[in-house]
Design a protein around this ligand. Structure first.
Ligand SMILES: Nc1nc2c(ncn2[C@@H]2O[C@H](COP(=O)(O)OP(=O)(O)OP(=O)(O)O)[C@@H](O)[C@H]2O)c(=O)[nH]1
Ligand SMILES: [Mg+2]
Length: 456
């Protein structure tokens, strides 16, 4: 039910200086006021809204729970758009439990995941792209991702989508005018205007869709496989990048059997690293299964670090693996063990990918690796404004909008009647409406907000 009084702790669970308990819905101020006595002797609701009021919080039986700061907001000017109260108590899980129990006794119920933000959306305080940005900001793992989400929260993506929406609404208006006066032929001037409008919508939508690659890198990071023959130093590199001894390292070739996954930030980019078993022909059953997994990791990767040991001669097999890597994803060739004397450099008749030379042991060359990653996945610039697509749901809606606009354009060229074309434009509008949540099915809404944490 959307109009029930809900309560939840909004801060992380655990011991801390302060915890905040949120209360939203009809009767929020009354429920808080029944338990909270301001130190100045006036009831909570007599204090100005959104001011912090100091006082004592008691349970229903009058026992003191804590001395807290409390604030309230009237309907229409809170995060959720509902009447709310926030109780800042001391950051003790026990105190928080007692506060919540006391509020439940006043008729509140526990809020579900994302329920506050869902109400904010339903009450028009945020559109859907902004609501998703709330979650992205909380989940951000790099400064660039945080800045992008903050931009989206400010409405950057929504504004871009609205512009496209406006253009298509103009097209609709034109056509409705034509439909209303069926006796008059569509004059050439109108046809041209509409063709142009559809063309612009197509370009805008394509440009918007193109932002998704970058948006995905920002929010999800780049799946990155570290591959190479046994003993080239894959696990050592993983450990160096993540800053602790995550994978076992020995001088025995074939040490890593299973894939090992870990995240790191390199060149400002979030990498989802997978250290793999060294790829070679082997009769060992376990190792062979490991090699299969290595190949799978390579296929799933969006960046491959192909390691070659510069202190050993490069084999044909390694060059074949390098070629395979390059055919699968952007690849960086990493010469490892730069602290050891080099073996003769092989003659290679193929074009090489971006190359760095490093020693995971001394750390030399790691900065070059970071710079190369940053070049392949530039993070700064436009994306940080937040006017880009960052999740699959948004990209799917934009794709649908684009194909409808394409169909409309093609239909116009083929000279179909305006009403046939309108259906396509309407579909494009409805897809764009889903993006910002103007038009949305309830099951989709539900799924989106379930991704949130309780208390948000
Ligand atoms: N001198 C030097 N030795 C290194 C460097 N990186 C790794 N090694 C050594 O090379 C050997 C193999 O390292 P690993 O990281 O286990 O190699 P791997 O590629 O994961 O090997 P497998 O798991 O068997 O495929 C170990 O003895 C490491 O200490 C380096 O930068 N310099
Ligand atoms: Mg290893």
């Amino acid at each position: 039910m959307e109009n029930e009084l809900i309560a939840a702790v909004a801060t992380a669970w655990g011991r801390s200086a302060v915890s905040i308990v949120r209360l939203s819905g009809p009767g929020a101020v009354q429920a808080a006021g029944a338990l909270f006595s301001p130190a100045d002797g006036h009831p909570l609701s007599d204090h100005p809204s959104r001011a912090l009021v100091y006082g004592t919080l008691r349970d229903g039986e009058g026992r003191v729970i804590d001395r807290i700061l409390c604030t309230w907001s009237p309907e229409g000017s809170s995060y959720t758009g509902e009447e709310t109260a926030e109780l800042q108590c001391h950051g003790s899980p026990l105190v928080v439990t007692l506060v919540l129990e006391a509020l439940f006794a006043q008729g509140a119920r526990q809020a579900g995941p994302g329920e506050f933000t869902k109400r904010a959306f339903l009450n028009g305080r945020l559109d859907l792209a902004q609501a998703e940005a709330v979650m992205d900001l909380i989940d951000a793992e790099t400064p660039a991702a945080a800045r992008c989400a903050a931009g989206q929260l400010g409405g950057a993506l929504s504004r871009r989508v609205e512009e496209g929406y406006g253009g298509l609404v103009d097209v609709m208006a034109h056509f409705h005018a034509v439909l209303d006066y069926p006796d008059e032929d569509l004059d050439p001037f109108t046809t041209q205007t509409i063709t142009q409008a559809l063309h612009r919508a197509r370009e805008d939508l394509q440009a918007l869709l193109d932002t998704y690659a970058r948006g995905r890198v920002l929010t999800r990071g780049v799946p990155c496989a570290i591959v190479g023959r046994p003993n080239v130093g894959k696990s050592t590199l993983l450990n160096t990048l993540v800053g602790y001894e995550r994978a076992i390292v020995t001088d025995i070739p074939g040490t890593t059997r299973d894939t090992v996954e870990e995240k790191c930030i390199l060149g400002g980019v979030l990498l989802r690293l997978t250290d793999t078993a060294g790829i070679r022909e082997t009769d060992d059953r376990v190792e062979r299964l490991g090699v299969e997994r290595s190949r799978k990791a390579m296929e799933a990767a969006e960046l491959i670090l192909m390691l070659l040991d510069q202190s050993q001669e490069t084999t044909e097999e390694e060059l074949r693996l390098l070629q395979e890597a390059m055919s699968l994803a952007p690849t960086i060739l990493v010469w490892t063990k730069a602290d050891l004397p080099p073996a003769p450099v092989p003659f290679v008749a193929m074009e090489l990918p971006p190359t760095v030379s490093l020693s995971a042991r001394t750390g030399q060359g790691l900065e070059d690796l970071g710079a190369t990653v940053a070049q392949l996945f530039p993070q700064g610039g436009a994306g940080e404004g937040g006017d880009l697509l960052t999740n699959a749901r948004q990209a799917e809606a934009a794709t649908r909008a684009l194909s409808s606009v394409r169909r409309a354009g093609e239909a116009l060229e083929m000279g179909v009647t305006p009403d046939a074309l309108l259906t396509d434009v309407e579909e494009a509008l409805s897809a764009l409406g889903e993006l910002t949540g103007k038009q949305l099915r309830e099951d989709v809404t539900k799924r989106i907000f379930e991704r949130f944490c309780v208390g948000k």
